[in-house]
Design a protein around this ligand. Structure first.
Ligand code: PLP
Length: 406
C-alpha cells in the first residue's frame, strides 16, 4: 500500500461513515449501488439552497444569474472531467438509466431499421438491456449478445465474430457492476468505429475508479450517474459527440428545450438544451461538480489504495473454503461477487448487517448474466476509496464466522 497515502483525513470527510449500525461501527461495502457523500458535496448543495436558489436560464434577477452561472459551470466541470471537446456535449440527465434511454429513444428509434443489429454483452445492467429491447421491438432491430469467457472476461473472439455489416450500435458497460470486470472498451470502440458502428459506453461503474477521457476513447456516447462517484442521486450525464447530437431529435419536450413555440409549430433549442426539457436538477448538478472537485483534490495513491484493498479481499476470500468467487476477470475493479456454499446470500447479507456490514445480495440488476452463470444471485462486496484495511479484515472475520450460524 502507498505509504504516503493517508486514509483517516479522507474518511473524516464522510459524515455517514461515522456511525454505528446495529451496535457496530458501520462498514459500508455497497459502493457499487451508491457511494457515500463527502461534506463538500453536502455543503455545496446546502449553500445553493440557502443562498442562491432560483430557476436557471433567462435570468432577469440576481439569484437566477447566480444559479445559472453555478449550473453552467457545473456542466463545464463535467466537460473537464470527461475531457469532452465542449460543454455542449454534456447533457444533464437523472442518471445512467435516463442517459441510455435518451440515446435509445432519440437516436435508436430514429436510426434503426428491421434487421439492424445492436451489439451488447451478457454482463450488462438492465439499464443497458431493457431500453434496447424496447427499441428492437419497435424498429425491428435485433439484439446480439457478446458472451463471457469462463473467468468472467468479455469473449473478444466472439465480439469480433458478432461485429458485422449489420451492426449499427455497440452499447456496452466499461465495468461490470456484478463481477467487477473491466471491459477493454478502447479496443472495442476502435474495432466498431472502423466499420462505422455507433458506440455507447455505460460508465456507471467506471467513473468512480478509472480515469475517463472520451476523446481518447473515441466513443460517440458515454453515460454515468453522479451518485456512484460521491455525488448526489438524481443527476447523471450523457456525453454525446456534437456531430451526432446536432442530428438527433428531442426525446422529452416542454419548457427549456425550445427556441420558439407557437401553435403553428415549435423550433427546438440546440444541444445540450434540446435534450433537457423542464426545470433541471440544479442543486444536484452543483453537488456533482463538488464531487468531481473532491476527487480531483485527492492525494495521489487513492487508486493504489483501492487496488491494495481489493487484493487483500481476494487473498482473504481464498482462505475461506466454503466461499467461491463468481468470476475471476483478468482486469477488475473492487467489485467482488461470491457464493457461500450452502449458505444463501440473502441470509449471509442479513447476518452481516447485524454486524454493521453493508453488502448487497441478489441479481444486481443483471438477470441475464446470472442466468448465464446458472445462479439466482450472489453476495456482492464493492469497495470505495474510503474503505480501510481494517474494514476488509473485519469483513473477512465476519464471513469466516458465518458457518457457525447454520
Ligand atoms: N449501468 C450500470 C453498470 C450500473 O451499475 C447501474 C447502477 O447500478 C446503472 C447502469 C444504472 O444507474 P442509475 O440507476 O444510476 O441510473
Amino acid at each position: 500500500m502507498s505509504s504516503d497515502f493517508e486514509l483517516a483525513p479522507i474518511r473524516a470527510q464522510f459524515p455517514a461513515l461515522q456511525q454505528q449500525v446495529n451496535g457496530h461501527p458501520l462498514i459500508y461495502l455497497d459502493n457499487a449501488a451508491t457511494t457515500q457523500k463527502p461534506g463538500s458535496v453536502l455543503q455545496a448543495m446546502d449553500d445553493y439552497y440557502r443562498h442562491h436558489n432560483a430557476n436557471v436560464h433567462r435570468a432577469s434577477h440576481t439569484l437566477s444569474t447566480r444559479a445559472t452561472q453555478a449550473f453552467e459551470s457545473a456542466r463545464e466541470r463535467v466537460q473537464r472531467f470527461l475531457n469532452a471537446r465542449s460543454s455542449q456535449e454534456v447533457i444533464w440527465t437523472r442518471g445512467t438509466t435516463e442517459a441510455i434511454n435518451l440515446v435509445a429513444h432519440s437516436w435508436g428509434m430514429n436510426n434503426l431499421q428491421p434487421g439492424d443489429e445492436i451489439l451488447l454483452s451478457v454482463l450488462e445492467h438492465h439499464a443497458n438491456i431493457v431500453p434496447w429491447q424496447q427499441v428492437a421491438t419497435r424498429t425491428g432491430a435485433v439484439l446480439r449478445v457478446i458472451p463471457l469467457t469462463a473467468n468472467g472476461d468479455l469473449d473478444l473472439a466472439a465480439f469480433h465474430a458478432l461485429l458485422s455489416p449489420r451492426t449499427r450500435l455497440l452499447t456496452i458497460a466499461q465495468v461490470s457492476n456484478a463481477l467487477g470486470t473491466v471491459n477493454p472498451v478502447a479496443e472495442l470502440i476502435r474495432a466498431a468505429k472502423a466499420v462505422g458502428v455507433v458506440t455507447l459506453i455505460d460508465g456507471a461503474q467506471a467513473v468512480g475508479h478509472l480515469s475517463v477521457d472520451v476523446q481518447a476513447l473515441g466513443c460517440d456516447f458515454y453515460a454515468f450517474s453522479g451518485h456512484k462517484l460521491y455525488g448526489p442521486t438524481g443527476i447523471g450525464v450523457l456525453y454525446g459527440r456534437a456531430e451526432l447530437l446536432e442530428q438527433m431529435p428531442p426525446w422529452q419536450t416542454g419548457g427549456e428545450m425550445i427556441e420558439r413555440v407557437s401553435f403553428s409549430g415549435t423550433r427546438f433549442n440546440r444541444p445540450p438544451f434540446r435534450f433537457e426539457a423542464g426545470t433541471p436538477p440544479i442543486a444536484e448538478a452543483i453537488g456533482l461538480a463538488a464531487a468531481l472537485d473532491f476527487l480531483a483534490a485527492l492525494p495521489e495513491g487513492w487508486r493504489e489504495h483501492e487496488a491494495a484493498l481489493l487484493q487483500l479481499l481476494l487473498d482473504g476470500l481464498q482462505q475461506l473454503p466454503f466461499i467461491k468467487l463468481v468470476g475471476r476477470p483478468n482486469q477488475r475493479v473492487g467489485v467482488v461477487s461470491l457464493r457461500l456454499g450452502e449458505i444463501h446470500p440473502q441470509d449471509a447479507g442479513e447476518l452481516l448487517d447485524q454486524m454493521g456490514i453493508a453488502v448487497r445480495v441478489g441479481h444486481h440488476c443483471a438477470m441475464p448474466l446470472m442466468e448465464s452463470l446458472g445462479l439466482e444471485g450472489t453476495l456482492r462486496i464493492s469497495l470505495a476509496l474510503y474503505n480501510s484495511e481494517a474494514e476488509i479484515e473485519a469483513l473477512l472475520a465476519a464471513l469466516a464466522r458465518l458457518p457457525e450460524f447454520f
